[in-house]
Design a protein around this ligand. Structure first.
Ligand SMILES: Cc1cc2nc3c(=O)[nH]c(=O)nc-3n(C[C@H](O)[C@H](O)[C@H](O)COP(=O)(O)OP(=O)(O)OC[C@H]3O[C@@H](n4cnc5c(N)ncnc54)[C@H](O)[C@@H]3O)c2cc1C
Length: 375
């Protein structure tokens, strides 16, 4: 088999590369070791958390936003311009939101009084909040297979249940034989250090606890909901000097949350269930023994945050993403080979913008390729 571009990995980062390449008329083959995508890309909140990114992440997030909407319409999956609600429950959190608004402007960050916050989400107590209307939400469990299905209808070839062992000089060596390619993008998340050990020696696995709950009564929470814990996780909040107070207060008053790396947040699925989470632990291998106290911590914190009454826990799972000091790993170990990993847990937000940049950079490797008309 030969291709203009081979993409290794059918998670959102690989699919985003296939999306941009097929739009340029390239013959694309996507290879994944599993029979369908089951990695981080289907285990997350589906939150395109655009506004509170910073630096390259903000550029990629903004560049990718319209592509999410376009592919959702073309592939026919649920995507909402629902924004994000950041709930402040302490004065230092409110100060962070005011600084964020000063930095990003009143259109991007709309400050809300407590009744306005409570109209958007059933929170018990709040001193205010911010609506970030530019953010999006998708249902990852539906979106990722829908994108793969749509890409295959655009002519992309998928090779599932096929492990890639090596990439060298235009040949991708797989468990089902070699594939020749003019260019290769390797997008295998945290397993990047298994395929390219020299490139990614410092990669850690970040394991996260997640739960899906069904409240006994109907509730509606249109935006994604972030809290003060989330302020410690997204670089855009770093514009505020008050962030140091948030961090110190959580470390002092909530040592269990600090130890679990809690980012208390939620999104509502199209079926009404709430996806709640999450905790963070870092190691060389995924943390396979899920700690029950961390699930209990998330559940207790959600009860404390939301006035939703009783609920059933319907699913629990762990997700894993690559983590490193830099938020993105983009390397070119040999001509025509790009290794791409989002090493900061924001791949849903940034993948379409990041992939657009990488596919633009592939041009020299593909020079001379006869391009057919884009789809
Ligand atoms: C619990 C959780 C919540 C998150 N929430 C959000 C969120 O709300 N918003 C956001 O922006 N980001 C979020 N993230 C981060 C986001 O999910 C990831 O950054 C993103 O999914 C990474 O995409 P990926 O394609 O690199 O990885 P994956 O989806 O893991 O895909 C990698 C693929 O590579 C394949 N593969 C690996 N090795 C090989 C090989 N040798 N040969 C062939 N195939 C191989 C795997 O089978 C897999 O399908 C979250 C992550 C987790 C875990």
């Amino acid at each position: 088999m030969t291709a203009d571009l081979v993409v290794v990995g059918a998670g959102i980062v690989g699919l985003a590369h296939a999306y941009h390449a097929v739009r340029k008329g390239l013959r694309v083959v996507v290879i994944d070791r599993d029979a369908r995508a089951v990695g981080a890309s289907v285990r997350n909140f589906g939150h395109c958390c655009i506004t509170v990114q910073d630096g390259d992440a903000l550029h990629y997030a903004q560049r990718g936003r319209q592509h999410w909407l376009d592919v959702a319409e073309a592939a026919g999956f649920w995507a909402r311009e629902a924004g994000t609600l950041v709930v402040a429950r302490h004065e230092d959190e409110w100060a962070v939101l005011k600084d964020l608004r000063a930095a990003r402007g009143p259109d991007a960050v709309q400050l809300l009084d407590p009744p306005a916050v409570q109209r958007l989400a059933p929170v018990h107590e709040t001193i205010g909040g911010a609506l970030l209307p530019g953010d999006l939400r998708v249902d990852p469990r539906a979106a990722v297979p829908a994108i793969a299905h749509w890409l295959s209808r655009q002519g992309v070839t998928f090779r599932w249940s096929t492990a890639v062992h090596a990439v060298d000089k235009g040949v991708v060596t797989t468990s089902r034989g070699p594939v020749e390619a003019r260019a290769v993008v390797v997008a295998v998340n945290h397993d990047v250090d298994r395929v390219f050990p020299g490139l990614a020696a410092s990669i850690k696995r970040c394991s996260l606890h997640m739960l899906q709950i069904r409240p006994h009564r109907d509730i509606s929470v249109r935006p994604a909901v972030l809290t003060g814990h989330s302020m410690l996780r997204y670089a855009g909040f770093g514009v505020s000097p008050s962030l140091a107070q948030v961090r110190a207060r959580i470390a002092r008053d909530q040592p269990d949350a600090a130890a679990a790396g809690l980012n208390l947040m939620l999104t509502q699925r199209p079926d009404g269930d709430l996806v709640i989470g999450d905790t963070h632990s870092y190691d060389d291998v995924p943390d396979v023994f899920a700690r029950e106290p961390w699930d209990a911590l998330i559940i207790n914190k959600i009860r404390d945050l939301l006035d939703i009454g009783d609920f059933d826990v319907r699913y629990r799972w762990q997700g894993v993403y690559a983590s490193a000091t830099d938020p993105f790993l983009v390397a070119q170990p040999s001509p025509g080979v790009h290794v791409v990993s989002v090493t900061s847990g924001i791949g849903m937000t940034t993948s379409f913008g990041l992939a657009a940049d990488v596919v633009d950079q592939l041009s020299p490797a593909l020079a001379g390729t006869p391009l057919t008309e884009g789809t």
